[in-house]
Design a protein. Structure first.
Length: 304
């Protein structure tokens, strides 16, 4: 028995007091493993036992022959900073119907609550969509992170299934290929609710259409579609706008790691009116960090 601890480092972790609401408002964040308070880089410690442990114990043999190695390894998760700088001059509202919401007087130094609420709703929705796109589709550069799909596609150990253009006629059969490509160890060791199919909104529509087709009644016995969502072989199907139309990921959600940091010590976003002489301009300011990593690509199926 030996322990392999080559190429490892130690990285302390802490628990934060505040979370970034914008980061966690997208659907991806509800179905992956979030690691908060990552300032720049953090190490995902991984471990496994290699080689077989059971040996034939012949009668009359008292020998001691250690076998099997415990391998400790790691994968690095790096986050990159992004900022939100948004402003709007209240003068632009005066000639529109929104001018009716402005307070009386020529001095414009207060954003109407009705408009601010709508602006924040739209900002949150837009930023959330952009974050989700980076998480899945990003390709690393000085200003960009690698997304889950890029990481899995570049890793030789990922269980890859060659994809086709998905249609109502073939989508159910393609799911069988993905399911069969997952290792027995992952299927057997995952608890209920941990393994998920991550698909595009298009695939979700195709599944619903295929299940509604009477000719698929026998095939559809493996599927369940109700008000709570769609499952295949008991595993939840998560539909996301950021995933490409013909790409599917089948993974344990703990394996998909999502690193982030705080926007600030006390608030998610800073909003308000600028100081004089620009006190007629409303601003929204925020800063966040994000990055993703896959702890064990060999336990993930990528259909692409």
């Amino acid at each position: 028995m030996a322990i392999d601890i080559t190429n490892t480092t130690y990285c302390p972790t802490r628990q934060p007091d505040f979370f970034t609401k914008l980061m966690f408002s997208n659907k991806t964040s509800e179905n992956v493993n979030i690691i908060p308070n990552v300032k720049y880089k953090t190490i995902l410690n991984t471990s496994e036992i290699t080689d077989d442990l059971l040996q034939f114990d012949g009668l009359g043999s008292c020998g001691w022959t250690p076998q099997g190695d415990v391998k400790f390894s790691e994968r690095e998760l790096e986050v990159k900073p992004y900022k939100i700088n948004f402003e709007e001059c209240l003068k632009t509202f005066e000639t529109k119907w929104m001018g009716e919401l402005l307070k009386p007087g020529a001095n414009l130094d207060e954003m109407p609550t009705e408009i601010e609420d709508q602006v924040m709703y739209l900002l949150g929705k837009k930023v959330s969509k952009e974050i989700e796109s980076k998480i899945w589709n990003g390709v690393a550069s000085t200003s960009e992170i690698d997304g889950y799909i890029t990481i899995l596609d570049n890793d030789a150990s990922t269980n890859k299934v060659a994809g086709v253009t998905l249609t109502k006629a073939n989508v159910l059969g393609e799911f069988e290929k993905i399911y069969m490509a997952q290792t027995d160890d992952v299927l057997g060791a995952s608890e209920d609710g941990e393994l998920k199919f991550y698909v595009s909104k298009k695939v979700e529509k195709l599944i619903k259409l295929a299940l509604a087709d009477k000719s698929n009644q026998v095939i559809a016995a493996n599927w369940l579609s109700d008000a709570n969502g769609i499952t295949y072989m008991g595993y939840e199907v998560i539909a996301l706008t950021a995933i490409p139309a013909n790409t599917i990921v089948f993974a344990n959600w703990h394996n998909l790691v999502y690193g982030t940091d705080l926007i600030s010590d006390e608030t998610e976003l800073r909003t308000g009116m600028k100081a004089a002489p620009e006190d007629d301009e409303y601003f929204v300011k925020g800063r966040l960090k994000l990055g993703v990593q896959v702890a064990f690509p060999d336990e993930v199926v990528l259909y692409n």
